[in-house]
Write a protein that binds this ligand. Structure first.
Ligand SMILES: [Ca+2]
Ligand SMILES: [Ca+2]
Ligand SMILES: [Zn+2]
Ligand SMILES: [Zn+2]
Length: 487
């Protein structure tokens, strides 16, 4: 229908050139006929249905004003040529925010966010134009852009369930939002699940790409740059709406070849927007080649487990670290996949592997609120010991809960439990804490400079590491009072 309309306009123009007003009238009618469904699809106009017929003539100027503000066009409230041209440009299919952006706040949020900092993604349907590996590599890069500026981690999951499912698909694809062939809508995505609602939205967080587009992974070819579009769609999947800020990745229209594979940067507006939802990396977490790898993460707990691996726990995410370089090994995993039996999406307070005079082998303990989980190494695997979790009080004979950190001292039997600006010296046996504790950290030669710790651990090489929100410190057991900052 649309093509026929356009063809008719040209035909008339060729035959009756002098009759210009009539031609314009036909062209305007054609543009109007296309503009209404376009504005309905993008949320600028309500849909007409059997019960309620919308008076589009009356509603159009206000809809156009909002559209023109979003698109940073001159606000004429009329279907002028600039507006018609903008409507032809390829863009994201997600509706624009209901409120026109203001000068002070350009970004908008969907109203839902993920309640975890580790999101699994998988690819359910691949592009017919790119290799599987190309798609996976681009998607990894795209997720990484958001990971760099937040406390979020993304785990690629080749099979099985995932929070974010990626599909390349054509035409109608069972979600009520058909793709439109080449051009027009390039992709769309679904906002995070709404936890206020009981029913589960099975598409929540998913990313759909129109495979009728020519997707490219290189800069110097025609076609749609997959990295750019993927970073944009992931923004929706994390809860961001469109923004009309200059240079924002959440601008609805595609920048095409201008967005090169190697030089994609989130705009200030994007960073503020995502950090409003998920918090940011504080200064020490910002990635820079020169910062110590331990400075790049928020750390809730860090320890060497009984399998001798060093694990850094951030929220419900576990990273394995190389014991010499502290670089991460492999990809982020969920706490429950590394430590079976821990409830999914638990936040770990502390973790430690003390030598126990009672147990011949070392055990690993994870502390979650008032509970502790104990792990043994059996045939190379971490296994939750029978009866766990136990209350911290019953296992450790200490009445406090929600510790900030628990770590061993040099002999690996005695432990320090810390919370706020207080610490307890623990015998490491059923006797529990030594008398006279808690004491203020300011009274301890090693801890006196800390007002609060988020984590601490003794590395097998004899170095103690202490983590606060702003800094990472180290001291060697040979001179424990000599404390260095790493970030
Ligand atoms: Ca399309
Ligand atoms: Ca902690
Ligand atoms: Zn979008
Ligand atoms: Zn879809």
């Amino acid at each position: 229908m649309d093509r026929f309309g356009v063809a008719l306009v040209y035909f008339c123009a060729a035959l009756i050139l002098p009759a210009l007003p009539e031609v314009q009238a036909t062209a305007v009618a054609a543009a109007y006929g296309q503009a209404i469904p376009y504005l309905v699809n993008l949320g600028y106009l309500p849909k007409s249905d059997g019960d309620s017929q919308v008076d589009y003539n009356a509603a159009l100027p206000t809809a156009l004003e909002r559209y023109q503000r979003m698109a940073r066009l001159p606000v004429t409230r009329a279907l002028d040529q600039g507006t018609i041209n903008k409507m032809q440009e390829p863009r994201c299919g997600v509706k624009d925010p209901a409120e026109a952006p203001s000068r002070t706040k350009r970004f908008a949020h969907a109203g839902s966010k993920w309640e975890t900092n580790l999101l699994k993604w998988r690819i359910a349907e691949y592009s017919n134009q790119l290799s599987h590996l190309q798609v996976i590599e681009v998607m990894k890069k795209a997720f990484d852009e958001w990971s760099k500026v937040t406390n979020l981690y993304f785990e690629y999951s080749p099979t099985g369930s995932a929070d974010i499912v990626v599909r390349f698909t054509n035409g109608a694809h069972n979600d009520g939002y058909s793709f439109d062939g080449r051009g027009g809508v390039l992709a769309h995505a679904f906002f995070p699940p709404d936890n206020e609602r009981d029913e589960v939205d099975e598409n929540a967080g998913d990313l759909h790409f129109d495979d009728a587009e020519t997707w490219t992974v290189t800069i110097h070819t025609n076609g749609q740059n997959l990295l750019h579009v993927a970073v944009h769609e992931i923004g929706h999947s994390l809860g961001l709406q469109h923004s009309n800020a200059d240079g924002s990745i959440m601008w609805p229209w595609n920048k095409g070849a201008a967005a090169s594979a190697g030089h994609l940067n989130l705009a200030y507006d994007d960073i503020v927007s995502i950090q409003t939802l998920y918090g940011g990396k504080r200064r020490r977490y910002q990635r820079d080649e020169h910062t110590h790898p331990l400075c790049q993460h928020h750390v809730d707990a860090i320890f060497q487990a009984v399998n001798r691996k060093i694990y850094l726990i951030n929220g419900n995410t576990v990273l394995e670290l190389n014991p010499l370089t502290f670089e991460t090994v492999g990809q982020a995993r969920s706490v429950s996949s590394v430590f079976p039996g821990i409830p999914t999406r638990s936040t770990i307070d502390a973790a430690v592997s003390p030598h126990s005079p009672i147990w011949r082998n070392r055990k690993s303990y994870l502390f979650v609120g008032s509970q502790c989980y104990r792990y043994s190494l059996r045939r190379g695997a971490l296994v939750l010991d029978d009866g766990y979790p136990y209350s911290i009080q019953s296992r450790w004979n200490i009445s406090t809960v929600n510790f900030d950190t628990v770590f061993t001292l040099g002999n690996k039997v005695k432990l320090i439990f810390a919370k706020g600006n207080e610490y307890w010296l623990h015998t490491g046996t059923s006797v529990g804490i030594y008398s006279g504790y808690p004491k203020p950290m300011s009274s301890n030669v090693m801890l006196h400079r800390f007002t609060e710790l988020s984590a601490a651990f003794l590395h097998p090489n004899g170095t103690n590491y202490f983590f606060t929100d702003e800094q990472v410190y180290s001291s060697h057991r040979s001179s424990p009072t000599l404390i260095q900052s790493l970030c």
